[in-house]
Design a protein around this ligand. Sequence first.
Ligand code: MN9
Length: 293
Amino acid sequence: MTDLGGVFPALLTPFDRQGQLNEPMVEALIHHLLEAGVDGFYVGGSTGEGLLMSPQERRRLTTAAVRAANGKAKVIVHVGANATDDAVDLARHAAEAGADAVSTLPPLFFKVGDEAVIDHYARVASAGLPLIAYHIPALTGQRMTPELMARLAEIPGVAGLKFTDNDFFLMRNLIEDGAGRWIVFNGSDEIFLCGLAMGAHGGIGSTYNVMPAAYVSLFRAFQAGDLRQAQELQFRITRAVRAIVAHPTIGALKAMMSARGFDVGEPRRPLPPVSAAVGRQLCETLDQIFATG
Ligand code: MN9
């Protein structure tokens, strides 16, 4: 059983003014989030715009992230791609670079059926790192069922699941079936505590970038059995997420980080940018949400 678990920001990928990967800023972001006490990073996922980057850029991002984390936190590299071979190449690179685990979306666009989905995961797992499968049916149209997860878990290396959904009956069934065999990360930030209540081993999320300490405190409060404190934090977090997702999420998060002095640039098209003014206003909103008694 993998020792992954805890609070993992789905790291934003910084681009410079020319739209190129900004490696020094990857390091700055990771150091900033480490100070808040996060347990690890999920790199190049949906939030990290991995699908909008070339394989070469994704390899550079992996190298920069592993170097910056420097063994102080775990690094899970998202390697999902349209072509399985691309995902396998990225997973091999992640292993060479010293990442702790990889994760991949199921096959995208083509509806290939369970056998091909299993083959995709098996090939990625053959790169040798623990593999976190990814359930995000709202974006992929693919559902992870207990039956499919049980078959995936027969593949050596399959170690967990990132569950971005609000079907907590399904989540609980997947966690119960995986006891001692695989872990499950909650993926919907606005309902992190619900996932923890159902036994999730941690969370991976986009909005962790802009309020990491709140997620770390929530997770610790829950582990300490202080449900009242965990709920108090979740309610504030949920209010903050509601304000953020009123705008295009990744653009809004990037505008917020830039407003805080981490110039991460704009998202890549087709993701829409969000203005600096909105970024500043959202930062003020969060300050208010977390300041009130
Ligand atoms: O899986 C993220 N989901 C997507 C993680 O990127 C689609 C979440 O962190 C959400 O962005 C977040 C806000 O809805 O829960």
